[in-house]
Design a protein around this ligand. Structure first.
Ligand code: AMP
Ligand code: MG
Length: 414
């Protein structure tokens, strides 16, 4: 049944309301920089030194004074050798210093000429084939990082590049938000775990539990500590019991399925029996039903509850659009919005829906977007085939060649 459009919440309204409930977790922890990828920085990383610490050579070559090479072909004796990791002495007048990449430039030298532009003569002197300019092939002290600079700000979600930056200023450990503790369970009596029953022996009406696999992986990629509670049967008592124990010691209970309005959907009354629940109808496709609530935890604190729809694509899309920013905000991330790129459509979309739609698409060799032919919310192949979502405004058809908003999966679940 279609609900009247007026009753639906827009995604932006739903997201604002959800983020309004996502009080960042107070606790932080210190972890090895090696282990901090994907975590959210809880304190600024401030540099206690300048990087590089000294002017140093960008090349293997010869450090010299430009004034002493006024014309191409000038010949200079080599007075010292400075490999990376050592420091030389002041450059003697009228000489060059053999120098290697990363080695400090000796006092008095104002340029480095790469060895390919120098000819080593039989007597050990060099002929400089080009006229150097001051500063050539010298990396300046502090050109990367100034002393006292904030290299990574609190709220940064750490990436491999960020870990390298932290290491470059000497940080072996980083203070990050603690991992959100998330209890995950799937509802549905039709669900069977892969590995338990081989495909040929599946009973009629049974399907494999796929949501559990992508939801667990998505949670882990979001930095969460996941307690996977498996499949809960479609019974009110079992659902109440599962929710009650899941709320203990967790920040969030995340479920999939059972949040529609059918009498087999027990998640809604179960959460209502224990705490508070709001059932939202969100004007997005796929992913209309979504439940947010809270359940008292053991320690007096309330545990968040989020109920995702059961249809796999709806479940995945609502996770990416709502749960992902929620989890980022719990960790104090400064940016929770997905990355958007604008790309041309290599498809036509005439059947614009009244709801904002997230179409599964992938980039072709020309950088234009191809649409997966079956956009049904039950067809998980549409997601596996695609490399992102086209964010289509409500009621707006798309013509071939139109520029559309595309949300790449590598950013959404990276
Ligand atoms: P529900 O929201 O429980 O009414 O489920 C909607 C649809 O999603 C039904 O076709 C379910 O069989 C399917 N579904 C629910 N949970 C899962 C799951 N964990 N894995 C795969 N399909 C599911
Ligand atoms: Mg169900």
């Amino acid at each position: 049944m279609n609900h009247p459009a007026a009753k639906l919440k827009t995604l932006d309204e739903a997201l604002a309301q959800l983020l309004g409930c996502a009080e960042p977790l107070a606790a932080a922890e210190t972890v090895s920089t090696f282990d901090a990828d994907h975590r959210v920085l809880a304190r600024d990383a401030v540099s206690g030194l300048q990087v590089p610490p000294l002017d140093n050579s960008a090349m293997d070559g010869y450090a010299l004074r430009c004034a002493e090479v006024p014309v191409a072909g000038a010949v200079l004796p080599v007075s010292q050798r400075i490999p990376a990791g050592s420091t030389g002495t002041a450059l003697a007048a009228g000489t060059a210093a053999r120098i290697f990449t990363g080695a400090p430039v000796p006092e008095g030298a104002d340029a480095v000429v790469m060895q390919e532009d120098c000819e080593l003569l039989d007597d050990g002197r060099i002929r400089v084939r080009s006229v150097p300019t001051p500063g050539q092939s010298i990396r300046r002290a502090g050109e990367d990082v100034a002393l006292g600079a904030t290299v990574l700000a609190q709220g940064t979600r750490l990436t491999p590049a960020a870990l390298g930056m932290a290491a470059s200023i000497g940080l072996a450990e980083l203070t990050v938000a603690r991992r959100p503790r998330v209890a995950l369970f799937s509802t549905g009596d039709e669900l069977v775990m892969p590995g338990e029953v081989p495909p040929a022996q599946m009973r009629p009406g049974a399907i494999y539990n796929s949501n559990r696999f992508f939801l667990r992986a998505l949670l882990q990629r979001m930095g969460c500590e996941v307690s996977d509670l498996g499949i809960v049967p479609d019974r009110l008592d079992a659902t109440v019991q599962a929710l009650r124990s899941a709320a203990q010691g967790h920040d969030l209970v995340l479920t999939s399925g059972g949040v529609s309005v059918g009498e087999e959907d027990h998640v809604k009354p179960a959460v209502q029996a224990l705490g508070q629940l709001e059932l939202w109808q969100i004007a997005i496709k796929p992913g209309k039903p979504f439940a947010y609530g809270s359940i008292p935890g053991g320690d007096g604190a309330a545990c968040h509850f989020i109920g995702l729809p059961g249809n796999p694509v709806s479940s995945l899309v609502t996770f990416l659009m709502l749960v992902r920013p929620f989890l980022l905000q719990l960790q104090g991330a400064a940016h929770t919005a997905p990355a958007v790129v604008h790309l041309p459509a290599a498809f036509e979309w005439k059947r614009a829906d009244r709801r904002r739609e997230f179409l599964r698409a992938r980039r072709n060799a020309e950088g234009a977007l191809e649409l997966f032919p079956n956009q049904s919310s039950g067809v998980l192949t549409s997601v596996a085939w695609s490399d992102g979502l086209v964010d289509t405004p409500a009621g707006q058809p798309i013509a071939r060649g139109d520029t559309v908003r595309f949300l790449p999966f590598e950013d959404l679940w990276g």
